[in-house]
Design a protein around this ligand. Structure first.
Ligand SMILES: [Zn+2]
Length: 269
């Protein structure tokens, strides 16, 4: 997806090739069951979007995102409900729109002087109208890691998970850390296990609300599993031939790390 160079600010300025993505907080507002709205279809709504954010271009359309506060009659869906079964391109656009709107909604005022902020001409930066401080869209880096011990993998579950599901360990990168240092620290804190041979595999944007998930594999080194109270409800070593319920590999990086490692071990047999 390419980015737009200039930002239209009013519905009337939009051409018919523009598609709008409308959210009310975390829910996508549907246009007769569809995710995308034409400028004319939005004009007919009682409330008008306060700001239009550039999302990108795909398939000959420019996509803009906007938040509506009080359109309670409209059908809506949560972004999370779309994780299963939607086209990748749609999910990518909707996820990016949600993250941009969340940034816009949480940076309406300057953290230094308290005055209102406004979008720059390209719609990429929020700038304080008084002191000119620039607020860029915020991404929170996280690590997610699969710790392996031959034909066993370390999986854990938190109380938030659906019943029966286990996944990889994960955590936020703290200021001053490299992602590899975070992997080492989080595995130690959450399970008491020491690891080695940490290697990056792949990443995933995760819009709940704005994480960049960096996926790693690591080898077990020493230690017995002692789950961290409050964070981890249960953790253990699971044989690749007898895994519990785990996240989908088609949707989540956790699932891809688990299934990727499982395939690589089966290939060695
Ligand atoms: Zn300011």
């Amino acid at each position: 997806m390419a980015s737009q160079s200039t930002r239209p600010t009013r519905l009337e300025q939009l051409t018919d090739s523009v598609r709008l993505i409308l959210f009310r907080q975390d829910r996508i507002l549907l246009n007769a069951g569809e995710f995308f709205w034409s400028p004319r279809s939005v004009e007919s709504l009682a409330a008008k979007p306060p700001a239009l954010l550039s999302v990108g271009e795909a398939g000959g359309h420019s996509y803009l995102a906007a938040e509506l506060e009080n359109e309670n009659d409209l059908e809506s869906r949560s972004l999370r409900s779309l994780l299963f079964g939607e086209a990748d391109t749609d999910l990518e656009l909707l996820s990016k729109a949600r993250q941009l709107l969340n940034w816009h909604r949480t940076h309406r005022f300057c953290g230094i002087c308290g005055c209102p902020t406004a979008l720059d001409d390209n719609g990429k930066i929020l700038i304080c109208e008084k002191c000119s401080y620039q607020f860029f869209p915020r991404i929170n880096p996280c690590v997610i890691m699969l710790v392996t011990r031959g034909e066993e993998i370390l999986l854990a579950r938190s109380a938030r998970f659906r019943s029966g599901y286990y996944s990889c360990l994960a955590g936020f990168v703290e200021i001053g850390e490299t992602p590899e240092q975070t992997v080492l620290r989080e595995v130690r804190e959450e399970t008491g296990v020491e690891i080695e041979n940490i290697r990056y595999v792949e990443s995933q944007s995760w819009p709940f609300p704005s994480q960049l998930m960096l996926g790693f594999l690591a080898d077990y080194k020493t230690g017995e599993i002692v789950p961290e109270p409050e964070e981890i409800e249960d953790a253990g070593w699971f044989a690749l031939s007898d895994l519990p319920l785990t996240p989908s590999a088609s949707v989540t990086i956790a699932g891809r790390l688990i299934q990727g490692y499982r395939r690589s071990m089966l290939d060695q047999l």
